[in-house]
Design a protein around this ligand. Structure first.
Ligand code: HEM
Length: 150
């Protein structure tokens, strides 16, 4: 959500009154587009910003609920994404399920250094090169059959 936010830009907003941001005067009724992708990769905000290191959040009070402006994958304020809780529950549930059910490896002897993490830009930022993985079951076979039967 920090390095690869699904939406790189927030929905355009309009300032209700004149204000100053980072030394710039923003007049009233100005359309603003917040580039959360750039903010989350700015080394003024993050140490070693391009390094994927989930541990950086351990012991930190930074969360994605719109209170910390260096990390806004769901926006902030009155127009913050109303699907935040559903989205996070769904992502964590799906990720937890596939990790619990399967071991995953890269095909053809690839290593993690061979992964191309570049993105194709647009309204959302999908991976430019689709991720290909080989799953293998890590649970007893009957567990998969049981969870599929009605
Ligand atoms: C990982 C998944 C999601 C991400 C990263 C995400 C991100 C965002 C962002 C960045 C905004 C714009 C906030 C702003 O401009 O300040 C937004 C708005 C919105 N999102 Fe999401 N969203 C996700 C999932 C969902 C889901 C699951 C729903 C509904 C079930 C949803 C419904 C909405 C709606 C209705 C708005 C417009 C809110 C408004 O303008 O008042 N989103 N979302």
């Amino acid at each position: 959500m920090r390095l690869h936010p699904p939406g790189p830009l927030l929905i355009p907003h309009e300032s209700t009154e004149e204000c100053e941001i980072g030394g710039y005067t923003v007049p009233a009724r100005t359309r603003t587009v917040v580039n959360i992708y750039a903010i989350a990769r700015d080394e003024d905000n993050w140490e070693d910003p391009l390094n994927f290191d989930p541990d950086r959040f351990m012991g930190s009070n930074i969360d994605l609920k719109g209170r910390h402006f260096e990390y806004l994958p769901f926006g902030s304020g009155r127009r913050i994404c109303p699907g935040l809780m559903l989205a996070m529950a769904t992502v964590q549930f799906i990720l937890g399920s596939v990790l619990h059910g399967f071991n995953w490896r890269l095909p053809g002897g690839q290593t993690i250094d061979d992964l191309d993490m570049s993105e194709s830009f647009g309204l959302t930022v999908p991976k430019a090169v689709p991720l290909k993985l080989v799953p293998s079951p890590r649970l007893e076979p009957q567990i998969y059959v049981k969870s599929l039967s009605p």
